[in-house]
Design a protein around this ligand. Structure first.
Ligand code: UD1
Length: 425
């Protein structure tokens, strides 16, 4: 297994191009199951999770072609065509690799009247049930039976529009039901829907495919079902989490980075926290300059659904707070077990006390390099960030977590002056 070796201390300077959002691209790819037309997505990041989603779609019988799209971030264009679906089963071996695979449920039942999708199981950051997806599908008339670890869903006469009120905000369940509702008969109302930019991007694509959707980006989405959708082309929205991660890389090293191709209007809560911490952030239309000349101050952060501070930025912010002046309180409200990076940061000299879903981070003068490993994507990148400012050498193992969500992270950082290399294992 590959590792990443970092010798910390170099302030980063230069430009980093941000790619398309993994969390947008995954549901956009699944939307190809809603039509027999060709769906062409550009600005798709080259990541392991994208490859896993392609494997899932191909296993259903879809055709897919991948080519470089010529963007500065090294994105891809993916053309998908689901005109000859041969299987409506999503096997455990593929679904267990990535929870987002469960998103095929809604589109398959909506178009083919049935689906058999493996339950994804837990993951490092919590139990992560799929009950909201199932209750939503039942509200649209699907019959659901759980047997042998699989969700068996049926709607032989097609789905029917209905009211789906989510008891908690779920990005995945909102996406699943939004896709399903586009082919259901009549009107569907999604209440307490997630408002994330990735949902807005999905709605834009679905509308271009012929769907009738109002309110995406608000907590109430109304969908009037259509008998058929068509193929189209679409450019994946920028990855606000990748952009936020590199903003923290600039701040934690006391450097200056220009982050390009980033949807800065989507980054309000992260930018606000950085500014409150004393980091200089200059926003332009689709780029931002982030620099930190003086000390970074402690700021409290509590994760929340969009437009709140994203849970996917919590570990990176914590890394920054380990070397800030003062004490920061970081509260995780979305997932019950998302502090897996804490013991690893502590091995690098961080002073963190965890009580329930709250971490108190007391800034130290400097972190010290150490061998570390992490159990999920954002936790792994927080260790890379810590390594960039730590004294001496940090070796981050289990790099496959990073490969799920950060394209060429080592190369992008090295090009801006980081002493970082990938060591094949
Ligand atoms: C998505 C993102 C992930 C991000 C998360 C929250 C993708 C591919 N992944 O994950 O990076 O961290 O949103 O912003 O887009 N829940 C239930 N029942 C369900 C579904 C969810 O109880 O049926 C709970 C979850 O356990 C969690 C909360 O709802 O506590 C939010 O999860 P959700 O928004 O669904 O996360 P994902 O869509 O899986």
């Amino acid at each position: 297994m590959d590792r990443i070796r970092i010798r910390g201390g170099a302030p980063l300077r230069g430009k980093i191009a941000i790619g398309g959002a993994k969390n947008a691209a995954l549901p956009l790819m699944v939307a190809s199951l809603l039509t027999e037309g060709t769906l062409r997505l550009s600005n798709v990041p080259d990541l392991v999770d994208i490859k896993t989603m392609l494997d899932i779609l191909v296993a259903h019988g879809a055709h897919a072609e991948v080519a470089p799209d010529g963007t500065a971030s090294g994105g891809r264009t993916i053309s998908m065509r689901a005109d000859n679906i041969t299987s409506t089963t999503a096997e455990y071996d593929l679904v267990r690799k990535m929870r987002a695979s469960v998103l095929v449920l809604g589109p398959l039942v909506a178009r083919f009247g049935e689906a058999k999708v493996s339950l994804p199981g837990g993951c490092a950051i919590g139990t992560r049930p799929v009950n909201l997806h199932l209750a939503g599908m039942q509200a649209l008339g699907a019959e659901i039976v759980i047997e042998d670890g699989y969700i068996h869903a049926k709607a032989p006469k097609g789905l029917k529009g209905g009211i789906v009120r989510f008891p908690t905000v779920s990005v995945g369940a909102t996406e699943d039901l939004l896709m399903a509702a586009t082919l259901a008969k009549g009107e569907t109302v999604l209440e307490n829907a997630a408002c994330e930019p990735e949902i807005v991007d999905l709605a834009k694509l679905l509308i271009a495919m012929g769907a009738d959707i109002e309110g995406a980006g608000s907590s109430r989405i109304v969908v009037r079902g259509k008998a058929k959708l068509n193929g189209t082309q679409h450019k994946v929205v920028a990855d606000r989490i990748e952009a936020g991660t590199y903003a923290i890389a600039a701040a934690i090293t006391g450097g200056a980075l220009e982050i390009t191709g980033a949807g800065v209007e989507l980054m309000g809560a992260v930018v606000e926290s950085l500014v409150n911490a004393g980091v200089d952030v200059a926003l332009a239309r689709d780029s931002m300059k982030v620099s930190a000349n003086g000390a970074v101050h402690a700021v409290d952060v509590s994760t929340a659904p969009f437009p709140g501070f994203p849970t996917d930025m919590q570990a990176q912010m914590m890394a920054l707070m380990t070397v800030a002046q003062g004490a920061a309180v970081i509260t995780e409200t979305i997932f019950e077990n998302r502090f897996m990076h804490v013991p690893e940061l502590a091995r690098m000299g961080a002073d963190i006390t965890v009580k329930g879903n709250t971490a108190i981070v007391r800034g130290v003068k400097a972190l010290k390099g150490a061998p570390v490993m992490a159990t999920d994507l954002r936790a792994s990148v927080s260790l890379v960030l810590a390594g960039l400012c730590a004294q001496g050498e940090t070796v981050v193992s289990r790099v496959y977590h990073l490969d799920r969500g950060y394209q060429s992270v080592d190369k992008k950082l090295a090009a801006c002056g980081a002493d970082i290399e990938r060591v094949p294992g």
